[in-house]
Design a protein around this ligand. Structure first.
Ligand code: PEP
Ligand code: MN
Length: 340
């Protein structure tokens, strides 16, 4: 339920509404706007039908039932688009943002070379996995904390903030120490314990869409994080499973438009995992920005043929630089700007 206060509602009236919501067993999330205050009442309304009574309180304009099964992620509660700061970079504003880097952190030299390529072309953040969710237990699993240290060294050398994946709630504190943004991978989108843990972390979260998740399930996953008190969630469309074999996944660019309609959260697109083939990354990156994405996350490797994972979908530095250049007119055409 969303409690919309009247325009001139007093502080006392707002406080009284909050207290009433809480006394009925809900968590109150006030959002103080320039014009008016709205209060999200979070909780299961099915066994507490009394919430509607708040509507009768002084200063309350109306109580609106929420149709979507997510509240904090919804634009109903938070109409203006969210801007989220990641290591000094604002995501979700007019400027398009680009995260680049290898699939896995391999060696100190290779992550540095890839980071320098990302930086030189104008990229804003460095990605790289130190904990890798591999389909086979015999594949390279990541260097774990050693990988995080390699990322940190690359950050110190280039100034690029770090985006890296967390797979296990037990490592949350450790990963949060190194990461500027914690990535939750597709395979863990519905790992609710992990979502709850990053919801308590003080770092932005990049929430990738699950392999077979509906958009509503994805936003409900975001709700887990938001409802724990972490407001900094950025969504990332990375393709969903279908029957074709020509691409690794089906990159659902319509999802960008749907998310923009129903949620205030920024959304990025990962054309690398979305297609699984570097031949298609350029076109899908341009299409993502045209569709309204706030940025892209692309796998970039200084030498993809030597990559330890996902080399076939990684861009060489020269191809990444060309992509960065070609993004400029697309961003402009859809009313966005670039800073490179
Ligand atoms: C990744 O970004 O490295 C990754 C494993 O992606 P996804 O979770 O989308 O498969
Ligand atoms: Mn990868």
């Amino acid at each position: 339920m969303i409690i919309v206060m009247e325009k001139g509602a007093s502080q006392e009236q707002i406080q009284a509404a909050i207290e009433r919501i809480e006394s009925l067993g809900f968590i109150a999330h006030p959002i103080i706007g320039v014009e008016r205050t709205v209060i999200g009442a979070i909780g299961d309304e099915r066994d507490k039908p009394m919430l509607q009574q708040v509507e009768n309180m002084p200063g309350v304009e109306r109580a609106v039932p929420i149709l979507q099964p997510y509240k904090l992620a919804s634009r109903e509660l938070h109409h203006e688009r969210s801007m989220i700061e990641v290591g000094g970079v604002q995501v979700g504003g007019e400027l398009i943002r680009v995260i680049g880097g290898p699939c896995s952190v391999e060696t100190p030299e290779s992550i540095l070379a890839s980071a320098q390529a990302v930086k030189a072309a104008g990229g804003h953040m460095l990605r790289g996995g130190a904990y890798k969710p591999r389909t086979s237990p015999y594949s390279f699993q990541g260097h774990r904390e050693e990988g995080l240290k390699m990322l940190q060294a690359a950050k110190e050398a280039t100034g690029l903030p770090i985006v890296t994946e967390l797979m296990d709630p037990r490592n949350c504190e450790l990963v949060a120490r190194y990461a500027d943004m914690i990535q939750i991978g597709a395979r863990n989108m519905q790992n609710f314990q992990l979502l709850t843990e990053v919801g308590k972390a003080k770092k932005p979260v990049l929430l990738k869409r699950g392999l077979a998740a509906t958009i509503t399930e994805w936003l409900q996953a975001a709700e887990y994080i938001l409802s724990e008190g972490n407001p900094s969630v950025i969504l990332c469309e990375r393709g969903i499973r279908s029957f074709g074999t020509e691409t690794r996944n089906v990159l659902d660019l319509a999802a960008v438009a749907v998310v923009k309609r129903y949620s205030h959260l920024p959304v990025l697109v990962d054309p690398s995992h979305g297609t699984g083939d570097y031949h298609y990354v350029h076109a899908m990156s341009l299409a993502a920005i045209a569709a309204g994405a706030d940025g892209i996350m692309v796998e970039v490797h200084f030498d993809p043929q030597q990559a330890w994972s996902d080399g076939s979908q990684s861009l060489r530095p020269d191809k990444f630089a060309r992509l960065m250049n070609d993004l400029k007119p697309i961003a402009k055409a859809v009313g966005r700007a670039v800073d490179w």
